[in-house]
Design a protein around this ligand. Structure first.
Ligand SMILES: *[C@@H]1O[C@H](CO)[C@@H](O)[C@H](O)[C@H]1NC(C)=O
Ligand SMILES: *[C@@H]1O[C@H](CO)[C@@H](O)[C@H](O)[C@H]1NC(C)=O
Length: 504
């Protein structure tokens, strides 16, 4: 642990270094857009999408914008004689975990479905980010009743600090099938494919149909062969992406996406018949890669509010209950906030809940506005405007309006994390240091105090602790690691804010 004076010196150094990095980039937008007025949400949106290019696995295309990254994982799948090249590394390691990758895809797709019309030049980048995932998910689901849910041996991977381009730990392929079911990961994969099919409906109708057809097949498999992958594959997927919330939430969420994507009444009947047993009125208001209960409620509420599907009218009150449990100062509020005002759910990667909750708020506000409704929390009337300003406050905290006066998005603003927990970002790039860096040699860099040499633009880290503190230490994966599922819902929230509050 650093003592106070040295911590202070380190922070000052971090500030100087990050200012220096900023000075090297074009700062034209900053001149036009003084920080005091409002945040530059459009700049943040652009960066939030660039981040996904830094997480790419496989053969990188010529228009790759994070150029310090190179091809990697080109034989992924070979262990099971299947092509599993591509997809995303979930966070600061080099494993491809199917469960969070699918959730990331669902949330990127939902962001485009609701706010793609406001993304302007970034819409194309958002679609590319989705397609990078769905091309992979189509490979992972190519065989009926089988899903390849992971590439890489998580234990061995985490025992190394290696660039993805160098990695030499086993690229073990983990699958689920009828004998080893994984309802949570299968249903989330179905949700991702269905949501993405809506994104490409007009621009690429063939691709959209392929995705929708696959989603139907995968959901059927998920529902028919019930069981948690956290049981059958515990040794491989836990403690990394072990499913703690059960698979009921993913079944409801998956059915909701299938309903939305296919308009097939089968899924409406499914939701009506099973909603209650699948936890439609569950009280946990955590929304992230593990727990989708409140996401499913907001999504299903749209069918009632916007499309007037009467049999789903209960979902308006299920969604309202979520809102009432969340907003501070209302009778049923139960959520925790830091003194600086940040929603605080967990020590580990808390910012994912901030971004996902902010997305749900601006999305529900949209549905309420369309249907001329409000939320009633024990007598207090909550307007869509209140939901939006609450979401804006959370995002503004993330971007710099906080006691640390720093942004938690790498490359945004004048001060941001410089020692993120990310192998590729922290080790010298392949261009700078072409020879291989062995598994354990990387750890001297990991434990050093030097700033990361490669800027993972747009990466949002786990964020401050419950006292609004952020030590910016590379070994602190709880606070300093970025992840695809932190950024994915932020893309939608930023698109909304850029449109409504941006000044560009
Ligand atoms: C439709 O899309 C799939 C998946 O990308 C592709 O394999 C197939 O060749 C496409 N078919 C046509 C007719 O374009
Ligand atoms: C979170 O961190 C605080 C402060 O370090 C600690 O007291 C608490 O036990 C932690 N909570 C969990 C769930 O680990």
């Amino acid at each position: 642990m650093a003592s106070f004076p040295s911590l202070f010196l380190l922070l000052s150094l971090a500030f100087l270094l990050s200012s220096h990095c900023n000075a090297k980039r074009s700062t034209s937008t900053h001149h036009r857009h003084p920080r005091s007025a409002s945040h530059n949400y459009r700049d943040a949106l652009t960066k939030s999408l660039i981040f996904f290019e830094g997480q790419r696995s496989g053969k990188l295309p010529p228009n790759q914008r994070i150029t310090w990254r190179k091809d990697s994982g080109l034989s992924d799948g070979a262990a099971m004689h299947v092509d599993l090249v591509g997809g995303y590394y979930d966070a600061g390691d080099n494993v491809k975990f199917g469960f969070p990758m699918a959730f990331t895809t669902t949330m990127l797709s939902w962001s485009v479905i609701e706010f793609g019309g406001l993304m302007k030049g970034e819409l194309q980048h958002a679609k590319e980010a989705i397609k990078w995932a769905t091309d992979y998910l189509l490979k992972a689901t190519v065989h009926p009743d089988t899903i390849y849910v992971q590439v890489g041996d998580a234990g061995k991977d985490h025992a190394c600090w290696e660039r993805p381009e160098d990695m030499d730990t086993p690229r073990s392929v983990i699958k689920i099938d009828k004998n080893t079911p994984g309802t949570e990961v299968a249903a989330e994969t179905a949700a991702a494919l269905a949501a993405a099919s809506l994104v490409f409906r007009r621009s690429d109708p063939n691709y959209s149909k392929v995705l929708a057809r696959r989603a139907i097949r995968v959901f059927e498999f998920a529902d028919k062969h019930r069981g948690a992958y956290s049981n059958g594959l515990r040794h491989y997927v836990c403690p990394y992406y072990c499913d703690f919330s059960g698979f009921q939430d993913e079944l409801l969420w998956g059915a909701a996406w299938l309903h939305r994507a296919t308009r097939n009444p089968t899924y409406l009947s499914y939701i009506k018949a099973n909603g209650q047993t699948l936890g439609a009125d569950e009280t946990d208001n955590t929304f992230g890669w593990d727990n989708k209960h409140v996401g499913a409620r907001i999504l299903i509420s749209k069918a009632y509010l916007v499309q007037n599907v009467q049999p789903l009218h209960d979902y308006k009150s299920h969604a309202d209950n979520f809102i009432c449990s969340l907003l501070p100062g209302t009778p049923y509020s139960s959520a925790q906030y830091t003194r600086g005002g940040l929603l605080f759910k967990m020590n580990d990667s808390n910012m994912q809940y901030v971004t996902s909750t902010s997305f749900l708020l601006v999305t529900y506000a949209k549905y309420l506005t369309t249907s001329h409704r409000v939320v009633n929390c024990g007598g207090a009337t909550i307007t869509p405007k209140r939901l939006r300003s609450f979401a804006k406050k959370q995002v503004d905290y993330l971007l710099g309006d906080n006691p640390m006066k720093m942004s938690f998005m790498v490359g945004y603003g004048s001060r941001y994390p410089v020692r993120i927990h990310h192998r590729g970002s922290s080790l010298p790039s392949v261009s700078v240091h072409p020879s291989k860096i062995q598994c354990s040699s990387g750890f001297s860099v990991m434990s050093s105090q030097s700033p990361n040499p490669n800027i993972l633009t747009g990466a949002v880290v786990g964020g401050p602790d419950q006292n609004d503190r952020f030590p910016d230490q590379r070994d602190d994966y709880e606070q300093s690691e970025p992840a695809t599922y932190i950024n994915a819902p932020l893309v939608g929230a930023l698109a909304y804010l850029a449109h409504s509050f941006g000044q560009l």
